[in-house]
Structures are given as C-alpha cells and as structure tokens.
Design a protein around this ligand. Structure first.
Ligand code: SF4
Ligand code: SF4
Length: 378
C-alpha cells in the first residue's frame, strides 16, 4: 500500500500498540513537560481527533531521542506519531516563525541556519583540504553537516579532522559547497514534502561520487543517512568509527598528556539510534593521562540533552529544569573536568547548561574531535 493511501493508524501501526506504557516510562521529557507519548499513540487511533491533537503544544517537546522506540516491545516508533501530528500543523502553516525560517533556509540555502550556501566551505580557509569531484575515486568522502560548517563554536571538529587525517596519510575529500542538509531536523519537525525532496536530491548528488564510504561528522547526519536513504550506494560511517580504525592501526600518535577526568555523554543519535558506544570511549581512554568516568545513565540509558527533534528552533512548554542542566549537574557530582560528546547539538546544549549553572571556571564541554585535535600529533 502506498504511503499516500495509508490511514494514520496504518502508517504508524497504532493497532500494534498494547498500551504497556514502556514508551512513556522511559521518555526523559515526561519528567519536565506534559508529554505522555503512550496517550498520543492511544488517542491518535481516532482519526477525527488528529487535528485537535496536533494543536497540543507538548507535541513539540519531543526531542526525537528514540528512547520510546528502543523500549517499545512491539517494535513501534511512538515518536513518529508525534512527528505525524507535527506534519498536520506544518502543512497548515501554523508553525513558529523560527521553525518556518529554518525550513525555508533549508529549501533555499541547503541549511537551517539562514546562512548563504556560498559560505558553506568557509571553515576550510587555510587548510589543506581536497574537494571531492564526481566520478573521481576517494576512500573517505566527508559530509560536514550544516551546524559544524557554519557555527564557529563547533567548526574545530572539521578543522581538526582535516589536520589529523592529513598527518595520518588517509585518503579523504570533503564535499564542495553544493553539500545540502541531510534533513535530520526537517524530518523530526514533520515537513514531509521537504524531507522527501532532500532524500531524493541528496541521494542523486551523493551517488555521483565514487567513494568507498561516506563519513559524517555529526551523528544526526549519520543516523539520517542510514535510516532514511535506502538508495544511497555508499556505506555511511561516523567519524569516531574511522578514528577508531586509525587507533587500531597505530596511526594516532599522541603528544603530551591530558591529566583530566572525562565523562562521555552518549549522543542519542550516535548511541540509541546508531548503536555506537565503544568507539568514542576507546578514543578518549587512549589519550595519555585521561581517566574516563561513566554517567550512571549511560549508553542505552543515556539522558537526552534535548538538542534534537527540532528543539533548536522550538521553546519547551516547560520551565522545569532542563535535561542538559541535569546532565551537567550529574557530571559535577562525578567530579568530571570535561564532559565530552560526539555531536554538535550536544556540545551546544551542554555548554549552554554548564554556563547557566556557572561551572565555566571548573568544567569544560568539548567535542571529542576538539580534544583529539589538541592531543594528537598533527
Ligand atoms: S511501548 Fe509500544 S506497545 Fe507499549 S504503549 Fe508505547 S507504543 Fe504502545
Ligand atoms: S523520542 Fe524521546 S522525547 Fe520523544 S517521545 Fe520518545 S522518549 Fe519521549
């Protein structure tokens, strides 16, 4: 049955739900906002209620962390019911101006940050970067991500990886400024039409390159390509997997020591959704001097930072303590010097929380690649 002729109930397999409540029980947002995803799955069965449900502000509290999908014993994706409801609102045009502007920017400039496409490769200035050309063979084709390309706070992720790979003698190339948003946030915001267009255009564009694999810097791009791009001909990996290979081959040479206690925050898109837990830990643990700590809530149980699911453009309905603040307080209790993440959204939200709590003098939030850039010979 084509997706157009499917009812809402069929599309999200609502009849498969046994109302066990494991989704709501695991949802990290439930403790701070009015979101009860089990109830939405139950109520969305009545097609006459869909429009009314779509107007409830709490559907925008979901961060698309996927905990509910991981916990559902029937293999459902309860969060996608919320995304389906968002689609109803997006199609009616009644979305926050911030959301509308982000979507329009993706359509016009290929990124949600309202930046010019012509500036997408500005971060490369002064670096020895090979630009990929269609048809020209390359081992590792890098997809940089809109946030890393444009946000000066996280551009070091891309800049450091270029230095490191050049030093390690790895064959790699980055896409030119024609690279467009993978659509991760477009999907979770519920703009179905735009997302389908991105999947089609990006698949056609990326398939022009003769790469052995595509390496993403952000776990959002990683999971989106793996989950929603069935016709992409190249395998997709996250950069921590590539660096873990280099570590194994003895190609990462450390300079100096980092006498710090580091706790790794599992990004939802890398861990729960991508299944990558060990590679980032191995990279951190190998930096001489590092003591690697673990959050109580780590790996599959990791607490979401609330950076995904379009939350960069939507205010929460709740004024209760943000999950990123909880995460930083947990790190403080562990006496961690550094909270490391492997995701630009996690870095931005956790760093904001760290500043909000006034811990800037005693703690640091860093992307793994920032740390490796400082401690790997390059
Ligand atoms: S976990 Fe799955 S089966 Fe249980 S209530 Fe949620 S959606 Fe239904
Ligand atoms: S994706 Fe995460 S935030 Fe959204 S409903 Fe599921 S558990 Fe809750």
């Amino acid at each position: 049955m084509s997706s157009e002729s499917q009812t809402f109930t069929e599309k999200y397999d609502l009849l498969g739900c046994i109302q066990c409540g494991r989704c709501t029980g695991g949802c990290p947002v439930t403790v701070r906002a009015d979101l009860n995803v089990r109830q939405f799955v139950n109520n969305a069965y009545d097609e006459d209620k869909l429009e009314e449900l779509s107007r409830l502000a709490e559907i925008w509290d979901c961060t698309a962390c996927h905990t509910c999908a991981v916990r559902c014993p029937k293999g459902l994706k309860p969060l996608e019911v919320l995304i389906g409801l968002r689609t109803i609102i997006v199609e009616s045009g009644k979305v926050e101006p911030t959301v509308r502007d982000a979507l329009q920017s993706v359509l016009l400039e290929g990124n949600p940050w309202e930046k010019s496409r012509a500036m997408r490769t500005d971060w490369m200035e002064g670096l020895d970067v090979k630009i990929a050309e269609p048809g020209e063979p390359v081992e590792n084709l890098f997809f940089v991500c809109c946030t890393i390309a444009y946000d000066p706070r996280v551009q070091a992720v891309a800049r450091n990886i270029v230095r490191l790979l050049n030093k390690a003698g790895v064959d790699f190339a980055f896409l030119p400024e024609e690279e467009s948003c993978c659509g991760s946030e477009v999907f979770t915001i519920g703009e179905e039409g735009l997302f389908e267009m991105l999947v089609e255009d990006n698949t056609e564009y990326l398939n022009e390159f003769k790469a052995e694999r595509i390496v993403t810097l952000s776990p959002h791009c990683f999971t989106t390509y793996k989950t929603h791009y069935p016709d992409l001909k190249n395998p997709v990996i996250h950069y921590t997997q590539l660096l873990d290979e280099l570590l194994e081959e003895g190609k990462l040479v450390w300079k100096g020591e980092l006498q710090k206690k580091i706790v790794f925050h599992d990004p939802c898109y890398l861990g729960k959704q991508g299944g990558i837990y060990d590679e980032p830990r191995r990279l951190l643990k190998n930096i001489p001097g590092v003591e690697l700590l673990e959050f109580d809530r780590s790996r599959e149980r990791s607490l979401c930072c609330e950076g995904g699911g379009g939350k960069m453009w939507v205010e929460s309905t709740s004024t209760k303590e943000r999950l990123a603040d909880v995460r930083i307080r947990d790190a403080k209790e562990l006496d961690a010097d550094i909270v490391a993440a492997a995701c630009p959204f996690c870095v931005l939200t956790l760093e904001d929380a760290m500043k909000n709590l006034g811990y800037e003098e005693e703690m640091r939030v860093a992307e793994i690649m920032e740390l490796l850039g400082e401690f790997v010979e390059a």
